[in-house]
Design a protein around this ligand. Structure first.
Ligand code: PLP
Length: 443
Protein backbone atom coordinates (compact mmCIF):
# COMPACT_ATOMS: atom_id res chain seq x y z
CA UNK A 1 0.00 0.00 0.00
CA UNK A 2 1.66 3.25 -1.11
CA UNK A 3 -0.81 5.71 0.31
CA UNK A 4 -4.14 5.98 2.12
CA UNK A 5 -6.88 5.10 -0.37
CA UNK A 6 -9.01 8.03 -1.40
CA UNK A 7 -12.19 8.25 0.64
CA UNK A 8 -15.44 7.75 -1.25
CA UNK A 9 -16.70 11.19 -0.23
CA UNK A 10 -13.54 12.82 -1.66
CA UNK A 11 -14.41 11.17 -4.93
CA UNK A 12 -17.93 12.59 -4.69
CA UNK A 13 -16.45 16.09 -4.46
CA UNK A 14 -14.22 15.79 -7.46
CA UNK A 15 -15.78 16.64 -10.86
CA UNK A 16 -13.53 15.24 -13.56
CA UNK A 17 -12.95 16.88 -16.96
CA UNK A 18 -13.83 15.07 -20.20
CA UNK A 19 -14.82 11.93 -18.23
CA UNK A 20 -18.01 9.93 -17.62
CA UNK A 21 -18.01 10.91 -13.92
CA UNK A 22 -20.54 8.48 -12.47
CA UNK A 23 -18.93 5.48 -14.11
CA UNK A 24 -15.48 6.67 -13.05
CA UNK A 25 -16.59 6.88 -9.43
CA UNK A 26 -17.95 3.34 -9.54
CA UNK A 27 -14.49 2.06 -10.52
CA UNK A 28 -11.89 4.83 -10.28
CA UNK A 29 -8.68 4.80 -12.27
CA UNK A 30 -6.32 6.43 -9.78
CA UNK A 31 -2.67 7.12 -10.57
CA UNK A 32 -0.72 7.72 -7.39
CA UNK A 33 2.96 7.81 -8.40
CA UNK A 34 5.07 8.05 -11.53
CA UNK A 35 8.65 7.48 -12.60
CA UNK A 36 10.11 7.14 -16.08
CA UNK A 37 7.63 5.34 -18.34
CA UNK A 38 5.42 4.05 -15.52
CA UNK A 39 2.72 4.99 -13.06
CA UNK A 40 1.79 3.15 -9.89
CA UNK A 41 -1.72 2.99 -8.50
CA UNK A 42 -2.39 3.18 -4.78
CA UNK A 43 -1.77 -0.52 -4.33
CA UNK A 44 1.58 -0.27 -6.09
CA UNK A 45 0.49 -1.86 -9.40
CA UNK A 46 2.90 -0.81 -12.18
CA UNK A 47 1.15 0.72 -15.19
CA UNK A 48 2.85 1.66 -18.47
CA UNK A 49 2.18 5.22 -19.65
CA UNK A 50 1.44 4.87 -23.38
CA UNK A 51 0.45 8.52 -23.87
CA UNK A 52 3.25 10.67 -22.39
CA UNK A 53 0.99 11.90 -19.60
CA UNK A 54 -1.43 13.64 -21.94
CA UNK A 55 0.82 14.51 -24.88
CA UNK A 56 3.13 16.34 -22.46
CA UNK A 57 5.55 14.15 -20.48
CA UNK A 58 7.90 13.79 -23.45
CA UNK A 59 11.03 12.97 -21.44
CA UNK A 60 9.41 10.49 -19.05
CA UNK A 61 8.09 11.12 -15.53
CA UNK A 62 9.80 12.63 -12.51
CA UNK A 63 13.06 13.48 -14.26
CA UNK A 64 15.53 14.51 -11.56
CA UNK A 65 16.89 17.74 -13.14
CA UNK A 66 13.35 19.05 -13.59
CA UNK A 67 12.25 18.03 -10.10
CA UNK A 68 15.36 19.67 -8.61
CA UNK A 69 14.89 22.87 -10.64
CA UNK A 70 11.31 23.23 -9.39
CA UNK A 71 12.34 22.53 -5.81
CA UNK A 72 15.19 25.08 -5.91
CA UNK A 73 13.05 27.71 -7.61
CA UNK A 74 10.28 27.42 -5.03
CA UNK A 75 12.83 28.25 -2.33
CA UNK A 76 14.55 31.04 -4.29
CA UNK A 77 11.64 32.96 -5.85
CA UNK A 78 8.17 31.50 -5.45
CA UNK A 79 6.33 34.24 -7.31
CA UNK A 80 6.89 37.58 -8.96
CA UNK A 81 4.26 39.73 -10.67
CA UNK A 82 4.23 39.51 -14.44
CA UNK A 83 2.69 42.91 -15.19
CA UNK A 84 5.37 45.66 -15.19
CA UNK A 85 7.95 43.18 -13.72
CA UNK A 86 9.90 40.14 -14.83
CA UNK A 87 12.32 37.64 -13.29
CA UNK A 88 15.56 36.16 -14.66
CA UNK A 89 14.26 32.65 -15.44
CA UNK A 90 11.35 33.76 -17.59
CA UNK A 91 13.64 36.05 -19.56
CA UNK A 92 16.08 33.18 -20.13
CA UNK A 93 13.33 30.76 -21.10
CA UNK A 94 11.91 33.18 -23.67
CA UNK A 95 15.34 33.34 -25.30
CA UNK A 96 15.71 29.56 -25.26
CA UNK A 97 12.31 29.02 -26.87
CA UNK A 98 12.75 31.63 -29.58
CA UNK A 99 16.16 30.07 -30.39
CA UNK A 100 14.39 26.76 -31.08
CA UNK A 101 11.70 28.39 -33.24
CA UNK A 102 12.08 29.24 -36.94
CA UNK A 103 14.01 32.41 -37.72
CA UNK A 104 11.91 35.55 -37.38
CA UNK A 105 9.75 34.20 -34.54
CA UNK A 106 11.57 36.16 -31.89
CA UNK A 107 9.07 37.11 -29.20
CA UNK A 108 7.47 34.80 -26.65
CA UNK A 109 4.30 35.59 -24.71
CA UNK A 110 3.62 33.19 -21.82
CA UNK A 111 0.37 31.85 -20.42
CA UNK A 112 -0.58 28.70 -18.53
CA UNK A 113 -2.14 26.24 -20.97
CA UNK A 114 -2.73 25.39 -24.59
CA UNK A 115 -6.25 26.82 -24.38
CA UNK A 116 -4.94 30.16 -23.19
CA UNK A 117 -2.28 30.03 -25.90
CA UNK A 118 -4.94 29.66 -28.62
CA UNK A 119 -6.99 32.55 -27.29
CA UNK A 120 -3.87 34.68 -26.85
CA UNK A 121 -2.83 34.05 -30.46
CA UNK A 122 -6.31 35.04 -31.64
CA UNK A 123 -6.10 38.30 -29.69
CA UNK A 124 -2.63 39.01 -31.10
CA UNK A 125 -3.95 38.47 -34.64
CA UNK A 126 -6.95 40.75 -34.20
CA UNK A 127 -4.90 43.28 -32.21
CA UNK A 128 -2.23 43.37 -34.91
CA UNK A 129 -4.69 44.18 -37.65
CA UNK A 130 -6.52 46.70 -35.45
CA UNK A 131 -3.18 48.44 -34.81
CA UNK A 132 -2.63 48.59 -38.58
CA UNK A 133 -6.10 50.07 -39.11
CA UNK A 134 -7.46 46.88 -40.71
CA UNK A 135 -10.37 46.27 -38.36
CA UNK A 136 -12.27 44.48 -41.09
CA UNK A 137 -9.90 41.49 -40.67
CA UNK A 138 -11.66 39.76 -37.80
CA UNK A 139 -12.32 36.25 -39.13
CA UNK A 140 -10.43 33.08 -38.37
CA UNK A 141 -10.31 29.99 -40.54
CA UNK A 142 -9.53 26.66 -38.90
CA UNK A 143 -9.82 23.02 -39.86
CA UNK A 144 -12.39 20.29 -39.44
CA UNK A 145 -11.65 17.95 -36.48
CA UNK A 146 -9.25 20.44 -34.95
CA UNK A 147 -8.80 21.04 -31.23
CA UNK A 148 -7.60 24.38 -29.96
CA UNK A 149 -8.57 24.01 -26.33
CA UNK A 150 -11.71 24.78 -24.40
CA UNK A 151 -11.78 28.53 -23.85
CA UNK A 152 -14.27 30.50 -25.91
CA UNK A 153 -11.87 31.53 -28.66
CA UNK A 154 -10.21 28.18 -29.21
CA UNK A 155 -13.46 26.31 -28.65
CA UNK A 156 -15.18 28.41 -31.31
CA UNK A 157 -12.43 27.51 -33.78
CA UNK A 158 -12.53 23.82 -32.92
CA UNK A 159 -13.75 21.18 -35.30
CA UNK A 160 -15.10 18.64 -32.81
CA UNK A 161 -18.87 19.27 -32.48
CA UNK A 162 -19.23 17.71 -29.00
CA UNK A 163 -16.94 20.39 -27.58
CA UNK A 164 -19.23 23.17 -28.80
CA UNK A 165 -22.73 21.83 -28.48
CA UNK A 166 -24.65 23.15 -25.52
CA UNK A 167 -22.44 26.18 -25.00
CA UNK A 168 -24.49 28.76 -26.86
CA UNK A 169 -23.35 31.19 -29.55
CA UNK A 170 -19.71 30.91 -30.54
CA UNK A 171 -17.32 33.77 -31.20
CA UNK A 172 -18.32 35.72 -34.33
CA UNK A 173 -16.04 35.21 -37.33
CA UNK A 174 -15.08 31.62 -36.53
CA UNK A 175 -17.44 29.58 -38.69
CA UNK A 176 -15.27 28.58 -41.66
CA UNK A 177 -13.39 25.28 -41.74
CA UNK A 178 -10.89 23.76 -44.13
CA UNK A 179 -11.47 20.06 -44.73
CA UNK A 180 -9.35 17.47 -43.01
CA UNK A 181 -6.76 16.42 -45.63
CA UNK A 182 -7.67 12.76 -45.54
CA UNK A 183 -10.13 10.69 -47.56
CA UNK A 184 -11.26 7.58 -45.65
CA UNK A 185 -12.38 6.03 -48.92
CA UNK A 186 -8.78 5.75 -50.14
CA UNK A 187 -6.35 6.81 -47.42
CA UNK A 188 -6.97 4.24 -44.69
CA UNK A 189 -3.86 2.68 -43.14
CA UNK A 190 -1.63 5.45 -44.45
CA UNK A 191 1.77 5.42 -42.76
CA UNK A 192 3.03 8.93 -42.02
CA UNK A 193 2.30 11.82 -44.37
CA UNK A 194 0.17 11.36 -47.48
CA UNK A 195 2.01 12.11 -50.69
CA UNK A 196 -0.06 14.53 -52.76
CA UNK A 197 -2.99 16.07 -50.90
CA UNK A 198 -1.64 19.62 -50.79
CA UNK A 199 -4.70 20.62 -52.84
CA UNK A 200 -6.83 20.25 -49.73
CA UNK A 201 -5.37 23.64 -48.76
CA UNK A 202 -7.01 25.22 -51.80
CA UNK A 203 -10.32 25.22 -49.91
CA UNK A 204 -8.98 28.46 -48.43
CA UNK A 205 -9.40 30.08 -51.86
CA UNK A 206 -13.10 29.20 -51.87
CA UNK A 207 -13.54 30.70 -48.38
CA UNK A 208 -11.70 33.87 -49.48
CA UNK A 209 -13.96 34.10 -52.51
CA UNK A 210 -17.03 33.72 -50.31
CA UNK A 211 -16.24 36.13 -47.45
CA UNK A 212 -13.40 38.20 -48.94
CA UNK A 213 -9.79 37.32 -48.14
CA UNK A 214 -9.37 40.86 -46.74
CA UNK A 215 -11.78 40.00 -43.89
CA UNK A 216 -9.70 37.07 -42.62
CA UNK A 217 -7.15 37.75 -39.86
CA UNK A 218 -5.62 34.30 -39.56
CA UNK A 219 -5.70 30.65 -40.48
CA UNK A 220 -4.95 28.35 -37.54
CA UNK A 221 -4.05 24.69 -37.94
CA UNK A 222 -2.47 21.92 -35.95
CA UNK A 223 0.39 20.67 -38.16
CA UNK A 224 -0.79 17.23 -37.08
CA UNK A 225 -4.42 16.98 -36.00
CA UNK A 226 -3.98 15.39 -32.56
CA UNK A 227 -7.04 15.16 -30.34
CA UNK A 228 -9.24 14.83 -33.43
CA UNK A 229 -7.62 11.46 -34.14
CA UNK A 230 -4.02 11.77 -35.44
CA UNK A 231 -4.13 13.04 -39.00
CA UNK A 232 -0.80 14.06 -40.54
CA UNK A 233 -0.63 17.00 -42.90
CA UNK A 234 0.16 15.79 -46.42
CA UNK A 235 3.78 16.40 -47.45
CA UNK A 236 3.43 19.85 -49.12
CA UNK A 237 0.12 20.92 -47.60
CA UNK A 238 1.43 23.42 -45.06
CA UNK A 239 3.69 25.18 -47.56
CA UNK A 240 0.72 25.48 -49.92
CA UNK A 241 -1.30 26.98 -47.07
CA UNK A 242 1.54 29.44 -46.41
CA UNK A 243 1.50 30.53 -50.07
CA UNK A 244 -2.26 31.05 -50.06
CA UNK A 245 -2.19 33.00 -46.76
CA UNK A 246 0.53 35.26 -48.19
CA UNK A 247 -1.52 35.84 -51.32
CA UNK A 248 -4.37 37.25 -49.21
CA UNK A 249 -2.34 38.93 -46.45
CA UNK A 250 -3.64 36.40 -43.88
CA UNK A 251 -1.58 35.37 -40.85
CA UNK A 252 -0.76 31.68 -40.43
CA UNK A 253 -0.81 30.22 -36.91
CA UNK A 254 0.48 26.74 -36.10
CA UNK A 255 -1.03 25.27 -32.96
CA UNK A 256 1.97 23.24 -31.81
CA UNK A 257 0.65 22.49 -28.33
CA UNK A 258 1.24 18.80 -28.99
CA UNK A 259 3.60 18.83 -31.97
CA UNK A 260 6.04 21.14 -30.15
CA UNK A 261 9.04 19.73 -28.29
CA UNK A 262 9.75 16.55 -30.14
CA UNK A 263 6.49 14.78 -30.96
CA UNK A 264 7.32 14.88 -34.69
CA UNK A 265 11.07 14.57 -34.20
CA UNK A 266 11.85 18.30 -34.14
CA UNK A 267 11.55 21.21 -31.72
CA UNK A 268 8.55 22.29 -33.79
CA UNK A 269 6.66 20.72 -36.68
CA UNK A 270 7.34 23.97 -38.58
CA UNK A 271 10.92 22.68 -38.91
CA UNK A 272 9.86 19.22 -40.10
CA UNK A 273 7.83 20.79 -42.91
CA UNK A 274 10.14 23.75 -43.62
CA UNK A 275 7.30 26.24 -43.24
CA UNK A 276 7.50 29.44 -41.19
CA UNK A 277 4.18 30.51 -39.67
CA UNK A 278 3.55 33.95 -38.14
CA UNK A 279 2.84 32.49 -34.71
CA UNK A 280 3.33 29.18 -32.94
CA UNK A 281 1.32 28.25 -29.88
CA UNK A 282 2.91 25.84 -27.42
CA UNK A 283 2.26 24.30 -23.97
CA UNK A 284 2.54 20.77 -22.55
CA UNK A 285 6.05 19.55 -23.44
CA UNK A 286 7.67 22.90 -22.64
CA UNK A 287 7.84 21.85 -18.96
CA UNK A 288 7.58 18.09 -19.60
CA UNK A 289 4.13 18.41 -18.05
CA UNK A 290 5.59 19.12 -14.61
CA UNK A 291 4.20 22.66 -14.14
CA UNK A 292 1.42 24.24 -16.22
CA UNK A 293 2.76 26.58 -18.89
CA UNK A 294 1.78 27.67 -22.39
CA UNK A 295 2.66 30.47 -24.73
CA UNK A 296 2.78 32.03 -28.17
CA UNK A 297 5.93 32.59 -30.22
CA UNK A 298 5.35 35.63 -32.37
CA UNK A 299 7.07 37.23 -35.35
CA UNK A 300 8.72 40.45 -34.29
CA UNK A 301 7.05 42.24 -37.17
CA UNK A 302 3.75 41.58 -35.39
CA UNK A 303 4.78 42.66 -31.91
CA UNK A 304 6.30 45.84 -33.36
CA UNK A 305 2.86 46.87 -34.59
CA UNK A 306 1.69 46.96 -30.95
CA UNK A 307 4.39 49.41 -29.82
CA UNK A 308 2.74 52.54 -28.44
CA UNK A 309 4.14 56.03 -28.97
CA UNK A 310 4.32 57.07 -25.30
CA UNK A 311 6.99 55.27 -23.21
CA UNK A 312 4.56 54.74 -20.31
CA UNK A 313 1.79 53.25 -22.46
CA UNK A 314 1.08 49.52 -22.52
CA UNK A 315 1.63 47.49 -25.74
CA UNK A 316 -0.77 44.60 -25.28
CA UNK A 317 -3.71 44.68 -22.88
CA UNK A 318 -3.54 40.99 -22.12
CA UNK A 319 -1.84 38.70 -19.60
CA UNK A 320 -2.36 36.40 -16.64
CA UNK A 321 -1.43 36.52 -12.97
CA UNK A 322 0.68 33.43 -13.63
CA UNK A 323 2.24 34.49 -16.96
CA UNK A 324 5.78 33.08 -16.87
CA UNK A 325 5.41 31.73 -13.31
CA UNK A 326 8.85 31.17 -11.74
CA UNK A 327 8.24 27.44 -11.11
CA UNK A 328 7.11 26.92 -14.69
CA UNK A 329 10.03 28.94 -16.06
CA UNK A 330 12.52 26.94 -13.99
CA UNK A 331 10.90 23.68 -15.09
CA UNK A 332 10.96 24.90 -18.69
CA UNK A 333 14.68 25.66 -18.69
CA UNK A 334 15.51 22.32 -17.06
CA UNK A 335 13.27 20.53 -19.58
CA UNK A 336 14.88 22.19 -22.61
CA UNK A 337 18.31 21.33 -21.18
CA UNK A 338 17.23 17.72 -20.86
CA UNK A 339 15.85 17.53 -24.41
CA UNK A 340 19.13 18.97 -25.69
CA UNK A 341 21.55 17.00 -23.50
CA UNK A 342 19.85 13.66 -24.19
CA UNK A 343 19.21 14.43 -27.88
CA UNK A 344 15.56 13.52 -27.37
CA UNK A 345 14.09 15.12 -30.49
CA UNK A 346 16.58 13.15 -32.59
CA UNK A 347 15.82 10.03 -30.57
CA UNK A 348 12.11 10.48 -31.29
CA UNK A 349 12.80 10.89 -34.99
CA UNK A 350 14.91 7.73 -35.06
CA UNK A 351 12.22 5.80 -33.18
CA UNK A 352 9.42 6.90 -35.54
CA UNK A 353 9.86 4.14 -38.19
CA UNK A 354 10.09 1.43 -35.52
CA UNK A 355 7.03 2.72 -33.70
CA UNK A 356 5.13 2.95 -36.98
CA UNK A 357 6.05 -0.60 -37.99
CA UNK A 358 4.94 -1.91 -34.58
CA UNK A 359 1.59 -0.09 -34.60
CA UNK A 360 0.75 -1.01 -38.19
CA UNK A 361 1.10 -4.67 -37.25
CA UNK A 362 -2.39 -4.22 -35.81
CA UNK A 363 -3.75 -3.92 -39.35
CA UNK A 364 -6.24 -6.77 -39.76
CA UNK A 365 -6.80 -7.12 -35.99
CA UNK A 366 -10.39 -7.48 -34.80
CA UNK A 367 -12.55 -4.27 -34.99
CA UNK A 368 -9.73 -2.19 -36.54
CA UNK A 369 -10.91 -0.08 -39.51
CA UNK A 370 -8.02 2.37 -39.81
CA UNK A 371 -4.54 3.05 -38.43
CA UNK A 372 -2.82 6.42 -38.81
CA UNK A 373 0.63 7.28 -37.54
CA UNK A 374 3.01 10.21 -37.63
CA UNK A 375 5.98 11.00 -35.41
CA UNK A 376 5.46 9.27 -32.09
CA UNK A 377 1.66 9.33 -32.29
CA UNK A 378 -0.72 6.73 -33.66
CA UNK A 379 -4.47 6.26 -33.87
CA UNK A 380 -6.04 2.81 -34.00
CA UNK A 381 -9.60 3.39 -35.10
CA UNK A 382 -12.19 0.75 -34.25
CA UNK A 383 -15.55 0.15 -35.86
CA UNK A 384 -18.19 1.73 -33.56
CA UNK A 385 -20.89 -0.49 -32.06
CA UNK A 386 -24.18 0.22 -33.82
CA UNK A 387 -26.22 2.79 -31.87
CA UNK A 388 -23.51 3.08 -29.17
CA UNK A 389 -20.70 5.20 -30.60
CA UNK A 390 -17.88 5.58 -28.07
CA UNK A 391 -18.76 2.46 -26.05
CA UNK A 392 -16.12 0.24 -27.62
CA UNK A 393 -13.49 2.93 -27.10
CA UNK A 394 -14.42 3.39 -23.45
CA UNK A 395 -14.45 -0.37 -22.85
CA UNK A 396 -10.99 -0.55 -24.44
CA UNK A 397 -9.70 2.18 -22.10
CA UNK A 398 -10.97 0.26 -19.06
CA UNK A 399 -9.68 -3.14 -20.18
CA UNK A 400 -6.29 -1.72 -21.11
CA UNK A 401 -6.00 -0.08 -17.70
CA UNK A 402 -7.32 -2.85 -15.46
CA UNK A 403 -6.28 -5.94 -17.43
CA UNK A 404 -3.18 -4.87 -19.39
CA UNK A 405 -1.69 -2.22 -17.03
CA UNK A 406 -1.68 0.43 -19.74
CA UNK A 407 -2.80 4.06 -19.80
CA UNK A 408 -4.00 4.98 -23.30
CA UNK A 409 -6.02 7.87 -24.71
CA UNK A 410 -9.33 7.36 -26.47
CA UNK A 411 -11.09 9.66 -28.88
CA UNK A 412 -14.51 8.11 -29.46
CA UNK A 413 -13.79 4.59 -30.69
CA UNK A 414 -10.18 5.39 -31.55
CA UNK A 415 -7.31 4.26 -29.32
CA UNK A 416 -4.38 6.67 -29.37
CA UNK A 417 -0.80 5.75 -28.48
CA UNK A 418 1.69 8.55 -27.76
CA UNK A 419 4.91 7.09 -26.37
CA UNK A 420 7.43 9.36 -24.68
CA UNK A 421 10.61 10.19 -26.61
CA UNK A 422 12.49 7.98 -24.12
CA UNK A 423 10.33 4.87 -24.72
CA UNK A 424 12.23 1.66 -25.42
CA UNK A 425 11.34 -0.65 -28.29
CA UNK A 426 10.20 -3.28 -25.82
CA UNK A 427 7.88 -0.77 -24.10
CA UNK A 428 6.41 0.08 -27.50
CA UNK A 429 5.96 -3.63 -28.20
CA UNK A 430 4.15 -3.96 -24.85
CA UNK A 431 1.77 -1.13 -25.79
CA UNK A 432 0.94 -2.76 -29.11
CA UNK A 433 0.56 -6.25 -27.65
CA UNK A 434 -1.70 -4.90 -24.89
CA UNK A 435 -3.94 -3.27 -27.50
CA UNK A 436 -3.96 -6.46 -29.58
CA UNK A 437 -4.95 -8.56 -26.57
CA UNK A 438 -7.81 -6.22 -25.66
CA UNK A 439 -9.06 -6.00 -29.26
CA UNK A 440 -9.49 -9.76 -29.08
CA UNK A 441 -11.60 -9.51 -25.91
CA UNK A 442 -13.81 -6.52 -26.75
CA UNK A 443 -17.48 -6.92 -27.72
N1 PLP B 1 -4.26 22.92 -28.75
C1 PLP B 1 -4.01 21.64 -29.04
C2 PLP B 1 -3.54 21.29 -30.41
C3 PLP B 1 -4.17 20.64 -28.08
O1 PLP B 1 -3.96 19.36 -28.38
C4 PLP B 1 -4.59 21.03 -26.79
C5 PLP B 1 -4.76 20.02 -25.73
O2 PLP B 1 -4.64 18.83 -25.95
C6 PLP B 1 -4.85 22.37 -26.54
C7 PLP B 1 -4.67 23.29 -27.54
C8 PLP B 1 -5.35 22.80 -25.20
O3 PLP B 1 -4.36 22.68 -24.25
P1 PLP B 1 -4.72 22.71 -22.69
O4 PLP B 1 -5.44 21.45 -22.37
O5 PLP B 1 -3.38 22.84 -22.03
O6 PLP B 1 -5.57 23.93 -22.46
Amino acid sequence: MLDTPTLPNDLESYWLPFTPNRDFKSRPRLLAKAEGMHYRDQEGRKILDAISGLWCVNAGHARKPIVEAIRAQAAELDYAPSFHFAHPKVVRLAGRISALAPKGLDNVFFCNSGSEAADTAMKIARGYFAAKGENQRFRFVSRARSYHGVNFGGMSLGGLPNNQKGFGPLLPGTDHRLPIPYDPAKDRFTKGELQGGENYADALEAICAEVGGETIAAVIVEPMTGSGGVFASPANYLSRLRTLCDRHGILLIFDEVITGFGRLGYAFAAERYGVVPDMITFAKGVTNGAVPMGGVIVKQTLTQAFEPKAPYAIDFFHGYTYTGHPLAAAAGIATLDLYRDEGLFERGLALEPKFRAAVHELEGARHVIDIRSIGLAAAIEMEPIKDAPGKRGYDALNKLFFEENLVVRISGDTIVLIPALVASESEIARMVEGVRAVLGRLD
